[in-house]
Structure formats: C-alpha cells, structure tokens
Design a protein around this ligand. Structure first.
Ligand code: DX5
Ligand code: ZN
Length: 216
C-alpha cells in the first residue's frame, strides 16, 4: 500500500517540523489538495508551495487539482516540481488533451472521479493515464465521513483495469482511517490518501501512519 499524505491539515505554523515527521514516518508521497473556490467550495494552495515541500522532504509530489480549467494550470504545477497531476473528469470536455499535455510535461497523469460520477466511460482513458483517483467523500474538505457505497466503484474500476491490461494505480481519497483502509485495499486500492488520520492522530504523525499500515 502506497500512502500519500495530504498536507491540507498540517500545522502551517510548524510546517517544516511536520514535514520532517512525515518523512521519518516513511510516507510514500505528499498529496497536495488544490482548490479554487469554484470547482469546490473551498480555497487552498497554488504551485508556490511545491518547491518548499520538495526541498524539505524530497518526496514525490502528488497534485490533486480540484479546479475549473485545469489545462490553464498544469504547466505551472509541472514547472514547480509536480511528479503526478490528477485532474477531475467532471466539467472537463477535453480531458484527453490535458492528460496528454501533463505527460508531455514529464509528469505522470491521473484522473479523478467524484462520488456522484459513474466510472462507466473511463475505459477509453486507461491507456493514457497512470492513476485513477476514486473520491470517497465529496471533494472540498478534510475530515469528512467515508462513503461506503464507493467500495463497489473501486471493485468495478479494478475490473476495468485488469481487463484492459493497462498498468494503472487506483487511489482513494477521503475518510480513510484505521477502520476504512482495509475495505478499500481489499476492493483494489493501491494508494490511499489520508489527512486527518495522520495529522489529527492524538499520538502524532508517526503513530497515525503506523496505525494505517497496521490496519491494512
Ligand atoms: C478532499 C481532499 C482530500 C481530503 C483528505 O477534497 O481531496 O485529500 O482532504 O482528508 P481526510 O483524510 O481528512 O478525509
Ligand atoms: Zn485530495
């Protein structure tokens, strides 16, 4: 299981210390939740933060764009050091063009499905992407409750990938904790995103990461 730690609720007054702990806890990737106040009802961070995250941790940067017109911004994230960029299929009529652009920029492309979006048509995108992110909460905020109905969607997408023979990772994001993690990995998830379970753990960041690994 690959753990991508969302920095959305790190302590920004003490970011370098939190990042050192994340690194020590052997998290695999850093997940950066980018929100524009339009695609989702919240606003977070832009590309400026990426060089700091990279300098402090050296970890792969996994960028989740929850923004309208992602095609306008993929280059700035690539230039700032993104290793992976995932874009939503919703409100995105020319998604393949943007996926190809991400690839041409030397970054690994992924697509994201909101909880209300059917995975029925993603098979035509599988040859072009490296990752499918299945949202297990409605995007916009950390600390929300896992939507259990998404387990079937994970299984469905896993089947599509197996049939297509494409090497595509399944990532899940939202409400992943020691109680939900095993359900999603059993259903086929390869990568989990977690914010609250790591940064909100009462015994600290390392304890949060260890608990996720032990619960899997
Ligand atoms: C939601 C974000 C998630 C979220 C994860 O829009 O994409 O990355 O913040 O937070 P937790 O782990 O608290 O559900
Ligand atoms: Zn995310």
């Amino acid at each position: 299981m690959i753990i991508s730690s969302s920095i959305i609720n790190a302590n920004f007054l003490n970011l370098s210390q939190d990042l050192n702990e994340i690194k020590k806890a052997n998290v695999d990737w850093l997940h950066v939740d980018v929100m524009d106040g339009g695609f989702v009802p919240n606003i977070t961070l832009g590309p400026f933060i990426l060089p700091f995250l990279k300098k402090q941790t050296g970890l792969p940067l996994d960028i989740h764009l929850m923004i309208n017109n992602p095609e306008k911004h993929v280059k700035s994230f690539a230039d700032a050091g993104a290793n992976r960029i995932s874009i939503h299929v919703e409100n995105n009529p020319n998604i393949l063009r943007t996926i190809q652009e991400i690839r041409e920029l030397g970054v690994s492309p992924g697509i994201v499905l909101n909880p209300g979006t059917s995975p029925g048509t993603i098979d035509s995108l599988l040859p072009f992407i490296d990752l499918v992110l299945i949202m297990t909460v409605n995007p916009g905020f950390s600390g929300q409750k896992f939507i259990p109905e998404m387990i079937d969607k994970i299984r469905f997408v896993k089947n599509l990938i197996t049939k297509s023979n494409d090497h595509v990772l399944i990532q899940v994001d939202g409400g992943i904790n020691s109680k939900t993690v095993k359900h999603v990995t059993d259903a086929g998830a390869d990568v989990i995103v977690a914010a609250t379970a790591i940064f909100g753990h009462p015994n600290g960041i390392s304890a949060g990461v260890n608990e996720l690994r032990q619960s899997n």
